[in-house]
Each structure stands twice: as structure tokens, then as C-alpha cells.
Design a protein around this ligand. Structure first.
Ligand SMILES: NC(=O)c1ccc[n+]([C@@H]2O[C@H](COP(=O)([O-])OP(=O)(O)OC[C@H]3O[C@@H](n4cnc5c(N)ncnc54)[C@H](OP(=O)(O)O)[C@@H]3O)[C@@H](O)[C@H]2O)c1
Length: 294
């Protein structure tokens, strides 16, 4: 099976490298060419265009920033769906809105191709180690076609329904997490302002039922001990926008999601957008200090 991979950012690089390591033949494309270079050194081929990549690939993965990026990359006039894609399978893994994925899947089907939405739970480390959890929307037949490659990337593959269901499950899974970071930022800023030690508060929370599994991994980012960015504040803003819009369309008011969205949006406006999502906490502490002049 020849695989195409589009979108060689933080997650895409890790996943494409793992597929090459497992022996798959890979053709890659990235908007910024320089990010493809490490993969070319490891034996990947470079596609000169998106239609050319789709033409040589039985299975094409896409791992892109947001809905707009996915819409552009699949554009039937000059993107992945521009050429003859009869019988091809596309596996869209970005975190985007279910209604967007349904539109792209319909375009693929019109061209006698197929698409699975397969957003993943897990960040760069699990992507490198093949320990992601895949949330699959699409048909069982298409999932079986993609399974040999997905098995290399994932510790668990959950088929949750037709196209759009994988995207919806990803929003359901990530929404409490995004709101958690907002709640944690408020609580910790309150503690710091009253004189408690940030490191000690984090240690105690991590050792209590209020400490999610993700918290301990993020403590170095919160304490400013690392510059590594696994997923940035702008990305969480994008996810919360997708979550709250989707919730409202389904009649769910989502007041806490909306409050978290406002906060991540304000941090992005204040130039914290490219920092790790856990740095919402130092941002909030700074905000409190500015408010009180301390
Ligand atoms: N990072 C995580 O921990 C994590 C975990 C699970 C899921 N996700 C989801 O996975 C997706 C990718 O995340 P990431 O962290 O890998 O993001 P990233 O490092 O910012 O990479 C984004 C990729 O999208 C490409 N892109 C953006 N706009 C484009 C456009 N208009 N046309 C073509 N390509 C475009 C970028 O190309 P350039 O190189 O040219 O900018 C890059 O290859 C997101 O939807 C995110 O929510 C991320």
C-alpha cells in the first residue's frame, strides 16, 4: 500500500516518521517545503502538488491546523480532490467541525473516492510511539482498508459511527479538558495572588482527585521550565470555537465552554497564542498581577 501524507507540522511529522519506520512507502506534501526535508532524508518521496500526491497514493492522511486548511487542501479545483481519485481513500485526522468533515466526505464520494474522519487523542509523544487513540467516522469497510496503517499509529481504534462521528467524538473528548485548563488557571492565579507557592499547589493538585493525568506532564510548561510546545493556546481557542458553535447548533448553551473560549481568545490577542496550552496559567497569573498592580 502506498501512503500519502499531507501536513507535516508537529503531529504530522511524528506520524509520518512512524509510518516510514514501519516500512510503508510514503509520498509527502507540506505547504512549507522545509518541514518535509527530514522525511525526504528518511526515504519519503516529495509530491509536486496535492493532486499528484493523491494520484500515487492508495491511502492519503491529512493532519492540518483547522477547518480552513482542510477545505483548501481538499479543494476539488486544485487540491487533493482535483484529479481522478476513483477508489482512493482519504483519512482526515485534524481536529475540525463535524459539519466540515461531512461536506468534504460528500465531495470525495461524488468523485468515487472515500473518506474517514479519524481525529486522534494524544499528543506528540504518543504519536511518535504509536500510542494515539483514533476516533473513527465512516464505513467499516473503509476502516478495514485503513487499519494496517492506523495500527502503526494507534494503541486503540474506536469506530464511533458514520462520517462526522469521529470529529464529534473528538470535540466531546477534548471539551472538558479545555474547560479544565481554564478552571485550573483561575484557581492557581487566586492561590498565587494570596501568597501560595505555584509549584507546591501543582504538586498537591496532581496528587489529588483534581489532578487529571495530563496535569503532571504539563507542570514543567506551567513553571516555565521548558519551551516545548505540544499544542498551543491558539489551537485550544480553535477547538473551543468548534465545540461551542457545534454545541449551540445542537441546542446546548455551553456557558463554561464559552467562558473558556473568551479566555483562550484573550490570551491569543495578548500574544500568548503560540505558547503551550498549559501556559494559560502563567498568562492568568500575569493578568491578575496587572489587575492588582502587584
Ligand atoms: N499538537 C497536538 O498535541 C495535537 C494532538 C491531537 C490533535 N491535534 C490536531 O492535529 C492538527 C495538527 O496539529 P499540529 O499540532 O500538528 O499543528 P501544526 O504543527 O501547527 O501543523 C499544522 C499543519 O497544517 C498545515 N497547514 C495549515 N494551514 C494550511 C493551509 N491553508 N494549507 C495547507 N497546509 C496548511 C501546516 O503547514 P505549514 O507547515 O506550511 O504551516 C502544518 O503542516 C490540529 O487540527 C490539531 O488540533 C494536535
Amino acid at each position: 500500500m502506498h501512503i500519502g501524507f499531507v501536513g507535516l507540522g508537529r503531529m504530522g511529522q511524528a506520524m509520518a516518521s512512524r509510518l516510514i519506520g514501519a516500512g510503508f512507502s510514503l509520498t509527502v506534501w507540506n505547504r512549507t517545503l522545509s518541514k518535509a526535508e527530514p522525511l525526504l532524508e528518511w526515504g519519503a518521496h516529495l509530491a509536486e502538488s496535492l493532486p499528484a500526491l493523491a494520484n500515487v497514493s492508495d491511502l492519503t492522511f491529512t493532519m492540518l491546523t483547522d477547518d480552513n486548511a482542510v477545505i483548501q487542501v481538499y479543494d476539488p479545483s486544485d487540491g487533493l480532490l482535483a484529479g481522478d481519485v476513483t477508489g482512493r481513500l482519504f483519512v482526515e485526522m485534524s481536529t475540525i467541525r463535524p459539519d466540515t468533515i461531512k461536506r468534504i466526505a460528500a465531495l470525495a464520494v461524488e468523485r468515487e473516492a472515500a473518506l474517514l474522519d479519524v481525529p486522534v487523542s494524544g499528543t506528540i509523544g504518543p504519536a511518535r510511539e504509536g500510542k494515539l487513540m483514533a476516533l473513527v467516522g465512516g464505513t467499516s469497510e473503509d476502516l478495514e482498508r485503513a487499519r494496517p496503517a492506523l495500527d502503526v499509529l494507534c494503541r486503540r481504534i474506536a469506530h464511533v459511527g458514520p462520517n462526522g462521528s469521529g470529529a464529534m467524538m473528538k470535540l466531546v473528548l477534548n471539551m472538558p479538558m479545555a474547560i479544565y485548563w481554564q478552571g485550573l488557571a483561575e484557581a492557581l492565579a487566586m492561590g498565587v495572588q494570596s501568597g501560595l507557592d505555584l509549584g507546591q499547589m501543582l504538586d498537591l493538585i496532581a496528587d489529588s482527585p483534581a489532578g487529571l493525568a495530563a496535569l503532571r506532564m504539563k507542570i514543567p510548561a506551567i513553571l516555565g521550565q521548558t519551551d516545548e510546545v505540544a499544542f498551543d493556546i491558539t489551537g485550544v481557542r480553535k477547538d473551543l470555537l468548534a465545540m461551542t458553535v457545534t454545541a449551540h447548533l445542537l441546542g446546548v448553551p455551553a456557558p463554561t465552554g464559552s467562558a473558556a473560549l473568551a479566555s483562550f481568545a484573550a490570551a491569543t490577542t495578548a500574544a500568548w497564542g503560540d505558547r503551550d496550552l498549559a501556559e494559560l496559567i502563567p498568562y492568568y497569573i500575569e493578568l491578575a498581577q496587572k489587575t492588582t498592580g502587584t
